[in-house]
Design a protein around this ligand. Structure first.
Ligand code: G3H
Ligand code: 13P
Ligand code: ZN
Length: 320
């Protein structure tokens, strides 16, 4: 089956009020776990690759892994560049056949963000590739605690509904990542902070009223940081402090309110780490990578099945 365009996936997701999981991949075990999980659950899928993932694995290895996964599965799969930071990187991925790219110029002033995004859109659309852009700054912990520069930013810059309308109209981007209290990593909130659902609804409403229809919104930083994974990691020698993610109920509410794509990376990392740590702790003599990567892969698969079935609601929708 060839790669799928996100335009088709989003249109069906918005209609059905479910979200497509966009899972980050860096290696073979992640690709296999995610694709097998979605295949078994009959869930449409977006595999996403960051700049860091391309540097780590080398683009050709990820491309071939995904080709292999696509050739042995029947579900629709789109391949997306996560957080592209330049026109050049987006162009490279479009030329390689990605069906979707993200240009993240959200840290530029509004007009500059528009200019860079529009340039990517013009090139991408000529090559049948969709473009996700971002408006607003994600709030919260942008780095793991203890990392240089780590800390909680309370200020951030939430997406403004009217600016969102202007941005989409001026750039022609196909989907928009919004900042509504979400953030990357395992330390998202201190206390009981949640997503700003009223703002999400206001953004959606403004887009509809501006004639942009049921426009697809994207939620980055959507890992839930399951406590049982954090506990398992800590039980087997890890040291994750007060890790906290977006409650699953918030993700459900978000997809019922127009979020068509939900980005998940941290939870995959946690599942993988928990699997590996358990093997090392229970069998310190083990040194065959298959013996610890295998269980880690199984844990990622279990997590993805849970996400698509119980949180994103996209299980069973592969052939809508
Ligand atoms: O939003 C960032 C994703 O989790 C990718 O992370 O840049 O470390 O690959 P990365
Ligand atoms: P998490 O760190 O919450 O998994 O977010 C991933 C993400 O937004 C990738 O772009
Ligand atoms: Zn992100």
């Amino acid at each position: 089956m060839p790669l799928t365009h996100t335009r088709d996936l989003f249109a069906k997701a918005l209609k059905g009020k479910y979200a497509i999981g966009a899972f980050n991949v860096n290696n073979m075990e992640l690709v296999q776990a995610i694709v097998e999980a979605c295949e078994e659950e009959k869930a449409p899928l977006i595999l996403q690759i960051s700049r860091g993932a391309r540097q780590y694995a080398k683009p050709i290895f990820l491309k071939k892994l995904i080709e292999a996964a696509v050739s042995v599965s029947n579900i629709p799969i789109a391949v997306h560049l996560d957080h592209g930071d330049s026109f050049e990187l987006c162009k490279e991925c479009i030329d390689e056949g990605f069906t979707s790219v993200m240009i993240d110029a959200s840290f530029e002033p509004f007009e500059k963000n528009v200019e860079i995004t529009r340039k990517v859109v013009e090139y991408a659309h000529k090559h049948n590739c969709a473009v996700e852009a971002e408006l607003g700054h994600l709030v919260g912990a942008q780095f793991d605690e203890g990392e240089a520069g780590g800390g909680y930013s309370k200020s951030g810059h939430y997406t403004d509904p009217e600016e969102a309308v202007r941005f989409v109209k001026e750039t022609g981007c196909d989907s928009l990542a919004v900042a509504i209290g979400n953030s990357h990593g395992a330390y998202k909130f201190k206390g009981d902070q949640r997503l700003d659902m009223d703002r999400l609804r206001a953004i959606k409403k403004a887009l509809v009223e501006a004639g942009l229809g049921d426009y697809p919104l994207v939620l980055h930083g959507a890992s839930s940081v399951p406590q049982e994974l954090v506990d398992e990691i800590n039980k087997f020698g890890g040291k994750l402090g007060d890790a906290r993610g977006v409650p699953e109920t918030d993700i459900e509410e978000a997809r019922r309110n127009g979020v068509a794509k939900v980005n998940i990376d941290t939870d995959l990392r946690l599942a993988m780490t928990a699997g590996i740590r358990r093997v090392f702790a229970e069998n310190p003599k083990e040194f065959d990578p298959r013996k610890y990567l295998g269980p880690a892969r199984a844990k990622v698969k279990e997590l993805v099945k849970h996400k698509v079935r119980n949180v994103l609601g996209c299980a069973g929708h592969a052939f809508d």
